[in-house]
Each structure stands twice: as C-alpha cells, then as structure tokens.
Design a binder for this molecule. Structure first.
Ligand code: GLU
Length: 470
C-alpha cells in the first residue's frame, strides 16, 4: 500500500481526549506505523459554542504521555499546515463556493424564525424535520443580497432518490438513500464550516488515505460521500470502529466512568498497559495472548479483523492488566523510573527515592511490585500512618508492648528473621492476630510482607511509627 496517511480529528470541546478517542488514535497510529505511513492530528475547532480553552493543549499532551506520537499536527506542523481548522477558514469558503457553482450547494438566507416554524410544522405532521429547499427556489440573485451584508449559510443541495453506497473496511458495504439526507448546512453564517464540510475538505487536502473513526460517525459518512462526489475527489478508505461500552453495555459516559485519558495516568496506570488493553477492544491476538507490546500489536493488527460489536471497557480488567505490567512487564529500573515520575510532586514519597541505590530499597521495590495494581498503590503501602486524635487505651497498651518487643532487638539484630520472631512472640503473648501488628505499624490490616518491610524501614522508624500511639 503506498502512502498510508491516517488521522484523528478531535474537537477541543471537553476536558481532554476521551478514552474512546484514545482508542481511535491508537488504531490510526498502528495502521500508519504498520505501513510506514504518517499519523496526523487535526484539531476541529469549528464549534465555537462548545469550544473549551486549553482543551487542545491537554489533548496533545495526553497523546504524547501515552506515546501515541504523531507526525503532523498543530504544534509540530507539517506539509499541510495549518492543522487547526479555525486557521483554514478561507479554504472552506472556497470549496463551499465551488460547490455552489457546480449546483451541488446553494445560498440560504432563511431567518432562524422561519426555520423554527418549519421544524414545528413538520414535527406536528410527524415528519422528520428538514430544510425545504426554499432558498434554492426563491433566491434569484444571492450575490446582491450578500453584497448588502445579509447573513447567509451555504447548504448542500441533495438530489433525492439516489441509491448510494460506500465500503467500510470493518462493516462491508453500507448503502443509503439520498432522500434520507437533509440539505445540510456546510458553511455557517459566522464563516466557519460545519463538521461535514471541514472534515471532507481537510481529509482531501491532507491526503488522508484511511478515515478510521468511531461508529457514531457512520450516519455522517453519506453526506461526506456526496461531497467527495460533487467535488470529484477520490474517496478515502472508511473504517468505523466499534464504540466502547461499559460492562452493562451502556455507552461509556462521563456519568458512569472516568472517560478522560489523563485520569488514568493520574491514577497510576501505565500508558503501555492502557494501550495494550485498548488494543484488545474488538480485536484479539492471533494466539489469544492478552499481554503484548505496542510494536507487536502494530505488526499483527489488521483493520479487517476488528469485530464491529461494542467491546466492553472494563476498568477492573484494565486494573488487573496494569498490575501485570507493574509486576512482570516493566523492568525494575523502568518501574522505579515510573514511580519517580509519578511521585515527582509528592515530597513524602519522593524523599524515599534518596535511598534508591541501597539494597534495602531495592528489596522494597521487589516486594512492593508484587502487591501493586497501580503506581498509586505504592503510597498506600509505604506511607507513614497518620496520627489520629485519640486511640483506645487497649491499642495504646498493645503498641507499647510491640514497641518493647522491638526495643529488645538491637540495631544489629534488626533483620527479617529476628523481626519475624519478635512479631510472633508479640502476637502469642498478647493473643492477637498478625493483622493487628500490621495495623499498629502501617495503619492498615494488610500490606507488604511485614518482616521485610520493617527491615527496610529500620528499627528507629519502626519504633517511631508505634510512638504515635502515645
Ligand atoms: N471532530 C470529530 C470528532 O470530534 C471528528 C470525527 C471524524 O473523525 O471524522 O471526533
């Protein structure tokens, strides 16, 4: 295949990139890389009402943080710059006018009130609301009205009754009837294009070979096909990916799930694990393996193998997979690097890394890795328990007793074996469970293997933890 060029075209209307769009980005990235092609980011910021300041920066930063790197985009430039639609307005106007000249589009001067009334009448008659081509028939000299400064839009002129089709790489042939399509606005009165015009013009000018996007855009594709036809442009290859679902099959939504890609990183998910999990949405490894590298995915992936039915995005499964990455996939050095990055602004945890080349710290990493599912779990395992306002007198007695037991160990006896003995002695003498010793020392009933963790902490620090009880 020559010159594969894929793209995502996010709209900066949310907080960040949606996890579903990250999935779309991953697939576009993989297809481009597999064929030695280019992956492009274009920002579709034509909806000025839903536009959110700062969203573009967040989207780009998230893509970078996940390692879904792009070859062309608004911040890195490229041969088809600018990559932000708001900076390309003259192009859309030019093609909208070209469509008018060809009779494939027309000027419309209808006031909002007329359109609303029309809509109400059609709804009352149980008809699907659509524009009635009034201006196509009634307006004789649009240029005169434009010259007078009248507001206008440009609409697609759909000839009804045409049976049409396009091929979708995942879903096969999709047929449609032009009678079902409204005379869509292409250019708005503010000079901005609508999605349909912007996307077709840019995908063509940016020489996009494959349009790979979520299934929610299938219903827009017929309009795009009509535009490609009218402009006599070659159609790209279409592939509509399945939409990710919650385990209850509902659409992933902000109300039910964390949907922003950066949330997962803030919660201590490893980017590679998230991408690995997303790769399995609608696709499976030929040997049914669940854990594989991005490169392996790129080598094996084929759009034709994607299953079009809604794959389930199950955060529990992702969390499990993240644990596998932490335990088994990341090298120890890499794991430490991720931890340092994750806790770069957390003084308490960052200070632990000052001992990062001691054998005890190395042991801590080994034991911590086996108990973690996210990087965030590390803090829960190692942080000092908080001093509470008051303790039960029974707890204080037990803490003192454990402290006495530990005090009887000298600094040189402070090793795993002797600590374990001491803990056993304490639990036998006081007739309490090991869980209680855990709670006294860590504030929680379970955590890291205690003798090893206490060896790492050192005698002084262990005693200090108990002293918070009095
Ligand atoms: N701007 C659209 C979005 O927000 C792009 C859809 C497409 O890929 O064509 O996702």
């Amino acid at each position: 295949m020559n010159s594969v060029r894929t793209r995502i075209a996010p709209s900066p209307t949310g907080e960040d990139i949606h996890i579903g769009n990250l999935y779309t980005a991953l697939i576009n990235f993989a297809v481009a890389k597999k064929h030695g092609g280019k992956f492009i980011i274009r920002i579709e910021d034509t909806d000025r009402i839903r536009f959110q300041e700062g969203a573009e920066e967040k989207i780009l930063a998230s893509l970078k943080a996940y390692g879904v790197s792009y070859d062309e985009g608004p911040d890195v430039g490229g041969p088809f710059a600018p990559y932000r639609q708001s900076e390309r307005l003259s192009l859309y106007k030019k093609y909208a006018e070209e469509l008018v000249e060809k009779g494939a589009a027309y000027y419309c001067f209808c006031a909002k009130e007329r359109l609303e009334k029309l809509r109400e009448e059609q709804l009352a008659q149980k008809k699907t609301p659509r524009y009635d081509k009034h201006c196509l028939r009634a307006v004789k000299n649009p240029q005169e009205r434009i010259a007078k400064g009248e507001q206008y839009v440009i609409r697609l002129n759909i000839l009804p009754g045409k049976k049409m089709w396009f091929k979708d790489l995942i879903r096969g042939q999709i047929t449609f009837d032009s009678s079902d399509i409204d005379d869509q606005v292409l250019l708005k009165s503010d000079g901005y294009p609508t999605y349909h015009l912007g996307v077709v013009v840019d995908d063509h000018l940016m020489q996009i070979s494959h349009i790979i996007r979520a299934e929610e855009w299938i219903s827009s594709t017929p309009k795009h096909v009509l535009l490609y036809e009218s402009l006599v442009w070659e159609q790209p290859i279409f592939a509509h990916l399945p939409i990710l679902r919650n385990p209850d099959k509902s659409k992933l939504s902000k109300r039910k799930n964390p949907v922003w890609a950066s949330w997962y990183l803030q919660e201590g998910y490893v980017p590679e694990a998230v991408l690995n999990y997303l790769a399995l949405m609608g696709w499976s490894h030929p040997e049914q393996r669940e854990i594989f590298s991005l490169q392996e995915f790129i080598d094996l992936f084929d759009l034709k193998d994607v299953q079009p039915v809604g794959p389930v995005f199950d955060i529990q499964k992702l969390t499990w997979m993240n644990g596998v990455y932490i335990r088994d996939v990341l090298s120890k050095d890499d794991f430490l690097k991720r931890l340092k990055h994750f806790y770069r602004d957390d003084e308490e945890i960052a200070s632990l890394f000052e001992r990062d080349n001691s054998p005890l710290f190395s042991m801590l990493l080994d034991i911590a890795r086996t108990r973690m599912k996210t990087l965030k779990d590390f803090k829960g395992l190692v942080k000092e328990p908080k001093k509470e306002d008051r303790y039960e007198s029974e707890e204080v007695v037990l803490a003192k007793s454990l402290s006495d037991t530990f005090s009887s160990l000298s600094e040189s006896d402070w090793n795993e074996e002797r600590i374990l003995e001491a803990l056993k002695k304490f639990s036998a003498e006081q007739n309490v469970s090991m869980k209680l010793a855990y709670t006294l020392l860590t504030g929680k009933p379970q955590g890291l293997p205690l003798p090893q963790f206490l060896t790492y902490l050192g005698r002084e620090a262990a005693l200090r933890r108990l002293q918070r009880y009095w």
